[in-house]
Design a protein around this ligand. Structure first.
Ligand code: GLN
Length: 377
């Protein structure tokens, strides 16, 4: 367990000590409770991701005051994958403004899988920026006079949000680039519709690179906390994202961040969130904290199984659902972390219902001579 706090007065440190102990204890208990959960499979459609260890498991919470609480494999590097999408969307909004971005990417949930190629909507634009098609379109709207400059601007935003230098895992990048035919197909379709301009391969290369940036549970929690803190990184104190677009980003995370699980997630956890196939999940309680859970086994929708379990447990037991944290009549806003010891009393888990669809899943998708083949986990 690691806890670090930013500089503060002795008095404030004393006030916070009890809460820090409770938060740390709660994270330790959550980690112990779900470490033995053996569900889910490591995504293998990007071959290099199969090298992950299914036992890796980290949890981190970072408050808007800059306190960092973490447990487990909190420093284990993993590739950011789709956890990058909210941040690139923010950058596209900063570069082009709401109207121009909205012309090319909508804000509607699809109810389909993250890599669905079926629905480019009525206006021939991707439904939202949290699925692959919309995320590739967002990369296409990031300014830059060369592909390298465009990617470096994306890396710059991710770096400011984490406060650390971030490197690209070149092996994962190559692995996805060589096998990413589905994303390639989407990108070409969008080029045909005029959603993408210029060289499709250059845009895809920036997208695959963005997905291959290495982060950790702790650094992702700092990024989530930056969204909770109106765009200012609470650990470094530096502005990382423009405040005026934070609400747009959190809105699409809330409605679309967990793909075809977004509705159930909004119902049970109730926080803007984003998941990625390498096993990360981030969640944001605006004005209070950001968190990350990392564990590689994912369910059939591509969401980390332990990530979902931990967040559902925490939400049930602390009332961190955003519609439970509204100010009370006396004007007091619920301080979720002050109630965190309740996590000792778990309530029953809502059963997970597996959808059997004709659609492909994240676990196996290969295209052999006989055409695409898929398998259910
Ligand atoms: N790089 C992955 C892809 O494009 C990201 C998907 C994800 O994390 N859900 O397929």
């Amino acid at each position: 367990m690691t806890v670090s706090t930013p500089d503060q007065t002795e008095e404030a440190r004393g006030d916070d000590a009890g809460r820090a102990r409770r938060v740390s204890g709660a994270l330790r208990r959550l980690h112990a409770r779900y470490a033995s959960c053996d569900e889910g499979r490591i995504a293998d459609y990007i071959p290099e991701l199969t090298k992950a260890d299914r036992d890796w498991f980290g949890i981190a919470i970072v408050t808007v005051e800059g306190e960092v609480f973490s447990v487990g494999d909190d420093e284990q590097p993993f590739t950011i994958q789709s956890l990058s999408k909210p941040f690139t969307y923010a950058l596209a909004l900063q570069d082009r403004g709401r109207e121009a971005v909205m012309r090319r990417v909508g804000v509607e949930p699809t109810g389909d899988s993250f890599d669905s190629i079926i629905k480019l909507d009525y206006y021939n634009r991707p439904h939202n920026p949290m699925i692959n098609s919309g995320a590739i379109a967002a990369v296409g709207m990031v300014n830059g006079s060369s592909p390298d400059e465009r990617f470096e601007r994306i890396r710059g935003v991710l770096t400011r949000c984490t406060g650390c230098d971030l490197r690209v895992n070149e092996t994962v990048f190559r692995s996805e680039s060589e096998t990413g035919h589905r994303n390639r197909a989407m990108a070409h379709l969008m080029r045909n519709f005029g959603i993408l301009e210029g060289d499709v391969e250059e845009t895809l290369s920036a997208y695959f690179r963005q997905c291959s940036v290495e982060v950790s549970t702790r650094s992702m929690a700092v990024m989530a906390a930056t969204l909770a803190n109106r765009g200012i990184n609470p650990v470094t104190g530096a502005r990382a994202l423009e405040e005026r677009y934070i609400r747009d980003v959190l809105t699409v995370m809330h409605t679309c961040g967990m793909y075809n699980y977004a509705g159930e997630w909004a119902y049970t956890v109730g926080l803007p969130a984003k998941s990625g196939v390498s096993g990360g999940v981030i969640a944001v309680l605006p004005g209070q904290f950001g968190m990350c859970v990392f564990s590689p086994p994912v369910d059939e929708r591509g969401n980390s199984v332990r990530g979902i379990r931990v967040c559902e447990d925490l939400s049930r037991n602390t009332g961190m659902h955003i519609f439970e944290t509204l100010p009370s009549p006396d004007g007091q806003r619920g301080g979720v972390l002050d109630r965190i010891e309740d996590v000792d009393h778990p309530s029953p888990v809502i059963p997970h219902v597996t959808e059997h669809r004709g659609d492909a899943t994240v676990h196996a998708r290969s295209e052999g001579p006989g055409g695409p083949t898929t398998s259910e986990p």
